[in-house]
Structures are given as C-alpha cells and as structure tokens.
Design a protein around this ligand. Sequence first.
Ligand SMILES: [Mn+2]
Length: 325
Amino acid sequence: MNHPNGDSSAENPLGKKRREFLAFLEKYRNSKLVVSSHANMDLDALCTVYAMKSLLPNAVMALPDKMEAPAEAFAEKMGMELVKLEELDPAEYEGLVLLDCSTSVLFEEGKKWDIKLIVDHHHKSENNIDAEITIRDDAAPSAAEMLGELLPEISPEVAYALGVAIISDTARFKNGRGHTFEVLAKMISISGKGYRRMLDDAEPEMGAEYKIAVLEGFRKVKISVHGGYVVATTVVPSHESLISSSISEFADVVFAAKWKNEINETRISSRARKQVPVRLNEVMKELAEEFGGGGGGHAKAAGCSAKARPAETLDKCIEIFSRKV
Ligand SMILES: [Mn+2]
C-alpha cells in the first residue's frame, strides 16, 4: 500500500492494526465483556463473534436479534451459545466488543453500551458508532479475513469457523482478493479440515421455506432498464437480503423492500452485479437522507431503512440510481 504522505518510514497498516488489537487484549482479556454483531447475523458476524470470544474467557456472546439461516445452522452444529443482547444489563458488564458492524442502523442497542472495540470491514457511515478502539479495513472482503490476521492464537475450531465465514461473506470469492486466499489457506491448514467441508457449512442447502420465499420474490419482480442496466424491484414479506442476492444472479441491480409495520418503515436490501458503476451504498445514503432513515453498506451490497411505504421507497431507489448511472 502507498503512503499518501510519502513517509517511507510509516509502519505498514496491518502492523498498526495488529498492535491496536494486542493493546486491546492486554487491557481487556480478562474483563467481563459482551461480544456481539449486527442485526440479522450472518456467518461473518457469527464466526467473528466466536473467534473473538475464544480470546476472552470471561466474555459472553450475544445475539442482537436473530440470525440468518446458515448462521443459525452453523451455531447449532458448533454448539455456540449466544444469549439475547436485550436480556443483558450493561451495568453488569465492563463493555461490549462489536464485530462486522459499526453503524447504529444495524446495532440499535449501541447507545446503551460502552463499546471498547470495533473490528469492521464496512465503510464508515453517517451513523458510525464510536468505540475506544476501532479497527477498520474497508478493503477487506470479510471481517473474518481481518480476524484471521489479527488473532495472536487460533484454535482449529476458530480457524474452521473463520474459513467458513470467509467463503460465505465473499459470496464464494466473488468479492475476494488475492489476500483472501492466503488467509483461507492458513485457516484450512490450522483447522485440519478440508475446503469441501467448509464450503458445505458456508453454503448449506436451504430449507423449503427459503426456496419458496425467493421464488415468491422473483414472481413479484418489476423490471426496468436504466443506462443499459436491468433493474429489478420487489416487495417481500421477509428474507429481503436473501431474495435480493438471489435475484442479482440475473438482474444487474436489485432493490428488495420489506415493510416493517411495528416501526412504520421500509427496509431495503440492494445488490448490484460487478459491472455496475453506481455505488449502491451511495444510493442508499441518498435514500436515507430523503426519507429520514439510515443507509450504508458496500458498493455492490447495501441496505437502508426509510420512513416511507415500500412503493414510494422503491420509486425513489430507481430515481436515484437512474440519475447516477
Ligand atoms: Mn461481513
């Protein structure tokens, strides 16, 4: 990596991150901490929480709300025990460690907790959560890849979990980089298990409920073309993230909307194929500004909440996208 200030003596960025991570461990290794991640935990969230907990003997792993199906299946298989975050009293803990997340949009409980450490690979958003130490690498395709390098010791179980998360969070290397393979190779070697077994846990066969939800999402798709890109929108009752990523196997851009009645807002999950030049996290950010919600994520996978009905929100998604393309 180049140093923009031209300082050739500057330490390499990984060295600095590792030093910060070790400083955190030095100070808090035996503290009573809570380790948690973003809403609707995926495998990257779950496995980084598990990896972090392996270094903190007095910490508990906490679930912010629910887990995606592959994460739930893996947690059960590995015997990972997570408590519900809402049932924990912040006064009884020294603080919280947050992984794979640094936005209050996906971690609403954030305000209640004293956050000691964040390790995240998402871009810094408007709704950034502050922590005593933040280790961010928005070029890393998964938080698991970051932990694979930061952890001073990695057990075979933790290596296995991090390998599964790397495969899953890169969408089987679609969002990977050369370095991803180096870290994965190391995890495979430490785990003593093969790639094939990791792949089975990273991409488990979906249950019928999920297959039906995805196919229903396809059935309701509205198609339009903007700047030569095929854009699909759909309104679904649940599983918007899975539906969005499934439809993006075909459409260039997808906006899947879900109405959340309890809080009167629409949740958007968006995906783009790699040739699409518009950054979806920027589309989501504008959308959030327009409708008073929070938005962010990655260029090819982003999300947003909006204080408007799904139809109106999706019209705005298209309007912003077509303006930018
Ligand atoms: Mn992640």
